[in-house]
Design a binder for this molecule. Structure first.
Ligand code: AGP
Length: 608
């Protein structure tokens, strides 16, 4: 995610842009920039680092005069956080400036075509392609050039655009990334989200897909992709500023839970092409994939839990031995590695000290390192041999949700790629898996619709002292994550157990009313786990089950059932995690805790 703002009016634009960007830093904060029309030219300033760097560079905007401009705060996706990759981006003659939020999925193909026509690129970004495409199609009409470019681009984009020879206009374009337009007494504005313009107006237009907005100092006109004028009604915003930054949610955690469908779509779509899994950033030939003798997955916390899922999926699908290790253990146990060992380091922040140290330990032993990382340009991303970025966007809440879900998606894609190369799944099986994978976002949206029911159930456990999670195989992997989500934000003691382990000691902890969450999505293990549920229920446990929709028989063994839509047995963790995230959220909410900032925790643990 990135933050976009635009302003045209009677005031100096740069201070308004800086003010708006400050309200959007939660959307991305690794670099920022502005472009303003002044006396027939577009002047631009951009810099790596937080917004305050740009603010200092432009002395609060005073060194960038002009009353029409666009601004951007970046969450790097294509190209590390550098001054050159920061937005806005220019065409060659600096007569067109663009800011962009989203991912242009076919940018490499477009870039190659433009380069073959003599266009020269200075950045690694997908956004610069838009600036040069506009240049290619511009013959004096911004609207005509914009619609032609829209027909060429695939992917998601929210754009702010200014044209040097149209200094009294700014343009906004939207497809799949949010963009709003506001009319105020101070002038007309565009923004990625309400917080940026709430200070100026509560009357906003929410742009729909493939709509274009043309803003002058006095008017706002909307068009569709066929250049036909549209009538739109404004919406009155009732939120206060802090609620607006959370998109109207009480906490970032819930906002990010709801962003999971898009995060997964953004992560898998660029890697599925013509019915094949294409992971260019893997940097491995099919021969090298075929020669992998063992995989280590190394991480901390929820990233480690994603790794446990990865073990079951990679071993089950690709038949490659996988060992999952806590980074803080791996780095001190002198692991046995060689050139045929692939070490996968999973990290949302890319800055977790233990995971970074484990990466260095493995690298020193000659293994190939693949990072699965969410923050572009982070330490783990830079030091890995190759990096598979998850496109979850900035994750603000300390308890990870959308980043974790995109880590699962990344591991599924790797397993499908490795299996297809090593011949352990047929092309038909791969095709079916791809279809099931692409269904996950919609199925998650369906599950999110049960939030009320889960909140009612969660409210029965606000005073619980202990809550246990049990499961077998992949159901054990997701139990680990469900248990961590609950304890880290509700402060209720919780443990996850392999269900088959209960009789080896744990079951002594079960007493009358003890809440137990049982996950049963693996068909071949279903009956076994039902037996474990019966064991704990006879000792008084209160059982919530998460299971597949075809298992209505579970109701005679459970006090609460959460049914999941059907999917590939390897992908069930992506669905089972949704009710578990909601359960943890509502227990913490019900206990009156700060869900986004749990005590004693930090979003990134950059110390040992
Ligand atoms: C997860 O909700 C926690 N915040 C924590 O366990 C986290 O997953 C862990 O610290 C790893 O962080 P990373 O993914 O940024 O490396």
């Amino acid at each position: 995610m990135c933050g976009i703002v635009g302003y045209i009016g009677e005031q100096q634009a740069a201070p308004v842009l800086l003010d708006g960007l400050a309200k959007l830093e939660y959307r991305g904060y690794d670099s920022a920039g502005m472009a303003v029309c002044d006396n027939g030219e577009i002047r631009m300033v951009k810099a790596t680092g937080r917004l305050k760097v740009l603010e200092a560079l432009t002395k609060g905007g005073s060194t960038l005069p002009g009353t029409a401009g666009i601004g951007h705060t970046r969450w790097a996706t294509h190209g590390s956080p550098t001054d050159t990759n920061a937005h806005p981006h220019f065409n060659g003659s600096a007569s067109i400036a663009v800011v962009h939020n989203g991912i242009i999925e076919n940018y490499q193909k477009l870039k190659r075509k433009l380069e073959s026509r003599g266009y020269h690129f200075v950045s690694e970004t997908d956004t610069e392609v838009i600036a040069h495409l506009l240049d290619r199609y511009y013959t004096g009409s911004p609207l005509e050039a914009i619609t032609k470019v829209m027909h060429r681009m695939e992917g998601s984009y929210a754009l702010g655009i200014i044209f040097q020879d149209h200094p009294d206009e700014i343009y906004a374009v939207r497809k799949d990334s949010p963009l709003i337009v506001g009319k105020s007494s101070a002038g007309n504005l565009i923004a990625s989200d309400v917080p940026a313009i709430l200070k100026y107006t509560r009357s906003v237009y929410f742009m729909e897909n493939e709509e274009i907005a043309k803003l002058t100092r006095d008017d706002i006109t909307f068009y569709n992709i066929d250049e036909e004028e549209l009538e739109k009604e404004p919406t009155e915003i009732s939120w206060d500023l802090s609620a607006a930054e959370k998109g109207g949610y009480d906490y970032f955690m819930m906002k990010e839970i709801y962003e999971q469908p898009k995060a997964i779509t953004d992560t898998i779509s660029p890697r599925i092409r013509d019915g094949k899994i294409v992971i260019e950033e893997l940097g491995m030939t099919d021969e090298e994939i075929a020669q992998i003798s063992k995989i280590y997955i190394v991480a901390c916390g929820s990233a480690y839990h994603a790794g446990v899922t990865g073990k079951y999926v990679l071993e089950g699908m690709a038949r490659i031995p996988v060992e999952v290790d806590l980074a803080s253990e791996f780095r001190y146990r002198n692991p046995i590695l060689d050139e045929q060992t692939l070490v996968i380091v999973i990290s949302q922040s890319g800055e977790t000290a233990d995971s970074l140290a484990a990466l260095r330990e493995a690298k020193a032993k000659g293994s190939r390192i693949l990072g699965i990382v969410n923050v572009v340009g982070s330490s783990i991303a830079r030091e890995a041999d190759n990096v598979f970025y998850t496109w979850a966007g900035p994750e603000i809440s300390v308890a990870t949700t959308k980043a974790y879900s995109t880590q699962l998606a990344a591991l599924y894609l790797l397993a499908m790629k490795f299996s297809n190369v090593r011949g352990t799944i047929t092309n038909e099986e791969l095709t079916s898996m791809i279809e099931q994978l692409q269904q996950l976002p919609r199925q998650i949206e369906f599950l999110l619709g049960s939030h009320d029911r889960i909140q009612k159930f969660a409210n029965r456990f606000l005073a619980a002292d202990h809550i246990f999670f049990i499961g077998r195989g992949l159901d054990y992997a997701i139990s680990l994550e469900g248990s961590l989500k609950l304890k880290e934000i509700s402060y209720i003691h919780s443990e996850a157990y392999a269900a088959g382990e209960l009789k080896h000691g744990t079951i002594s902890l079960i007493e009358d009313g003890t809440p137990v969450v049982a996950v049963l999505t693996q068909e071949e293990l279903y009956r076994k786990t039902i037996s474990n549920i019966q064991e704990v229920r006879t000792r008084g446990a209160f059982v919530m089950t998460v299971t597949n929709a075809n298992h209505t028989d579970v109701e005679k063994n459970a006090d609460f059932v959460m049914y999941l839509p059907e999917t590939n047995s390897y992908f069930t963790n992506s669905l089972a995690v949704i009710p578990l995230q909601l359960f943890a959220y509502y227990v913490a909410l019900g206990r009156g805790l700060d869900v986004d900032k749990p005590r004693n925790l930090a979003k990134s643990v950059t110390v040992e």
